[in-house]
Design a protein around this ligand. Sequence first.
Ligand code: SF4
Ligand code: SF4
Length: 298
Amino acid sequence: MSSRDTRRVPRTRRGRVQWVRRGVQIFFVVLIATIAINHSLEEAGRSLPVLSSASLHAVCPFGGVVSIYQLATSGTYVNRIHESSFILMIIVAAMAIAVGPAFCGWVGPLGSIQEWVGRIGRRLFRKRYNKWVPRKLDRVLRYLRYLVLVWVVFMTARTTMLVFANIDPYYALFNFWTGEVAVAGLVVLGVVLLLSLFVERPFCKYLCPYGAFLGLSNLFRIFSIRRNADSCTSCLACDRSCPMNIKVSTASVVRDHQCITCMRCTSEQFCPVESTVELSSHRLVGSNRVPRGGEGQS
Ligand code: SF4
Ligand code: SF4
């Protein structure tokens, strides 16, 4: 392929990755809902044996993050957190070092549900969807989630309680029928779902402490979203496709802390030119790939 070759991506290849991603998202939403319902049934003695001992806290990797301090200082877990949370935290962290916060883009059930609600918003508002927040305000708000992360880790270490559970929309979503969810959690969930009609993944963008934690991996991940400037036609389709409003069209490598590795911007999905945006560990130039180093960043 020459340096300006603009071969179109075959239609049959388009969207395959996104169909797989959608399948993974549905699988985890169903799995988490099943675990939560089964945990409620357990109290009535009617749970499925294979899932009977699992609770939502046992399958939450963020529980491992907020337990680090207590585990290091006293060798115990925060109240209601299990060893399994810690193991899941390590698995997700290893995945983030390799491919970034794919957990957010592929697995996290609240992210998936925000995305699905957002599809309604996209139909309602078309080009205006996901562009309501003024750029300057949006840029500042995106650092809010780091404040939330610091507050959650600090308060959990201080109280040894899961302080975030009271306002966690994920916990509220999969426990609203139990009577264990604080009113604040239900309100946050309602606001997040409503805002999802206007802004794609508002909780992920502005408030999620686990997204903030995993987002740091974008600064050093091994496989990144990379753009081949030689074959790019500057059509901006990648920018329009990005749920996190990242300007892929001007980057050689996406290092934005908000990338969730959803792969929507890639040549397998929105970018119309073959091999121009890819998940890769190497810089893309022409038809050749050269070792990393010295690339422009976003
Ligand atoms: S840059 Fe690409 S992979 Fe990252 S969030 Fe945006 S569309 Fe998804
Ligand atoms: S989608 Fe983005 S990377 Fe692909 S040709 Fe258009 S501007 Fe370039």
